[in-house]
Ligand binder design. Sequence first.
Ligand code: BTN
Length: 246
Amino acid sequence: MKYQRYHFDTVTSTNDFAKELVQSTDCVVVTADFQTKGRGRNQNTWLGEFGQNVYISIGIKHNQIKKVEEVAYFQWLGALSVLHALQNLCCSVKFRLKYPNDVYAKLGNGKYKKISGILVEHQFLGEYCISTVLGIGINVKQTLFPSEIKNNATSLKLLGCELEVEQVIDELIESVEAKLSLLPFEIYEQWIKELNILEKEITLINTGQRCIVKNFDEIGQIIAKDIKSNQIIIIGNGDTIRYDLS
Ligand code: BTN
């Protein structure tokens, strides 16, 4: 892909800049050393120290305007790109996708902790999507995390992979480029394979409901069966679930 690259010291959120910049170019890559208003899914804040981690947003203008169902696959593309980039960079560590599109790493004690999060935002003109921003955060060199996330956050350094932020960015961009050459259904199949969640038991954090994953719909929502009531329930991007990643 041909892209314009921008790097900033400090921004509010790289997603905000990519969203603006992609209006005048087909593809932009925006990175920063620090975000003052980094955001995650479900209105969460994305925290990270200056210069220690990857904060990147890739803005893609759609040359053919697309309906919302046609752009859902960018979430899976983002997650797979991160997963494969990290697998290439740190062969000794086991990385797993966690629904919907987080990447977790296995620690020495067998526990999994989050190493990367992906926030995909679409820009619409009426009902059509004109551009998409893939915002990705990867913890690279940070070793201390604020109390609210420390139990669930790790970094490449904590896993024994001493890498520079720039190396991780380069590998990630290559990985995104490779995925962009695939068809949406190929991405979908890879994502489902890597998630490895079919027929597994999951718990919905909000309600405590326990379900078995039966299938996915075309926009990546989980179709699950409630263990108690046998009712079919749909679980989407906004839901948080817990399950065994191993
Ligand atoms: C999540 O796990 O909730 C998603 C986190 C996404 C964080 C990245 S960091 C770069 C980009 N800019 C942001 O404000 N968010 C994304």
